[in-house]
Design a protein around this ligand. Sequence first.
Ligand code: FAD
Length: 521
Amino acid sequence: MAKTYSIPTYFILISFLINLISSLPLTWADVLPYQLHTLTIATRLRVDLDATAKAARDFGKLVQQTPAAVLYPSSIEDIVSLVKFSNNQPSPFTIAARGRGHSLGGQAMAPNGVVVDMTSLKNSSAGIGIKVTRNPVSGSYADVGGHQLWIDVLQATLEHGLAPVSWTDYLYLTVGGTLSNAGGSGQTFRHGPQISNVHEMDVITGKGELVTCSKETNSDLFYAVLGGLGQFGIITRARIPLEPAPKRVKWVRMLYDDFSTFSEDQEHLISINGLDYLEGSLITKQSPPNNWRSSFFSKSQYPIISSLLTKNGIIYSIEVVKYYDDLTGHTVDEELQELFKGLRFLPGLVFTKDVTLVDFLDRVHIGELQLQAKGLWDVPHPWLNLFVPKSRISDFNSGVFRDIILKTNQTVGPLLVYPMIRNKWDNGMSAAIPDEDIFYSIGLLHSSGADDWEPLENQNKEILKFCDKAGIKIKQYLPRYTTKADWMNHFGPKWKIFEDRKAQFDPKNILSPGQRIFNSI
Ligand code: FAD
């Protein structure tokens, strides 16, 4: 006989069921089309809090945007079918490739969309690894998956005695992530950024088409994707040129107490042949000589730096490197002396180290491990990265470094300033740079406590406002604009091409919504 319930019991049961349902996490079917469930990739889509919460954060820790699901692809085809599926929907959902999520402002996030965890391809035999092809005549190269970390590219190519020539300071970033921005470091003045050092790519467009592109084939896509902020396609393979790898490096830092002497010497050094790397930085009380970016100075060198700091409040350091190997080891010091002739660093304040190539290129990782051990790596990072035209770098120094940063005294972290050469960049690519032959790369790499990042963000805004008011035509690197007008201004004459290429390769605005160029969030 069927059981009957009294009316009060019935209501209790109903409200229990309602409570139960509302306490369950959303499933992908709640916000994404139900038919997604019928694709084979459904088993590799996760909607649990562990997966979505991780994809909702990045290195910056300033923005939090939760996706509906995270795809852990086991092959390139998995990503193709996801993008194709979305593109075929009447209301497509957004998709963001996520490398290591080392963006600073939510650029690899996809609120209510799907984040593709590119690094899971590493665990799959169907993913693209790192394949080196030696060719002494036409040039050696490596075919590397977009999900690969640069540190792995370095290790794998060194096994063949070869290495790429253009790097970022930190190597635990993905190839696809840095090629979507530019990938710059102290080698950029000589070899151009990483985007200037790519022969060919495989890219999944916003329509779900897997296309091979290069300067010769499908060149529009090639130029669009490099520096394209993830807007035109997902890079699944890049062909990177390789050169014979040097074994060791002479690593030198020299100190200055005057900004114009410091910047003039930097400009001189990038104008002559001979160096393999050049960067510069500011040393202040809040931005000490040794920090996570590099621990170059020894304890015995600290007292002299401290007394200079007390006297000047700020000092400047040029950092250069010359590579060498068995054949050139006996002449490298002499060559450096020749290159340094006429430089005006403070007398005697030049410091040299001799390390392996790997120790030099992987220098930031040591600082990372130290900060991680103290719980200070996984904290908010209100960074500001800019390119400043050479003609205004002196105004930038007085208005920003001296007037804003030094006076407010709240900056914590490395402060980078070093020149780059415009003709080492390819203006046909999407990356936006200043319209002068030489421009400076500025990195204000702040860290803060969990709740005190806002004053630093306000300082960043003040710096941008100052540049605007003073008519300094900066370009943001790793930009964090939110309005169409700002993006149009950022790309300047390139905006129309950028917009046209978006319409061509991702007409439904599916890819990388976290950049907030074509999607408002
Ligand atoms: P993510 O943050 O995951 O993604 C960045 C953007 O690219 C997102 O829009 C994402 O959707 C898109 N994307 C990711 N993978 C792909 C792909 N395969 N195809 C297409 N689009 C994709 N930058 C420099 O240039 N020089 C430096 O020296 C440097 N040093 C850094 C040091 C540290 C400690 C950190 C945290 C960052 C540094 N960066 C540097 C910045 C870095 O290049 C960018 O933050 C880069 O985006 C991070 O790479 P990622 O692999 O984590 O990419």
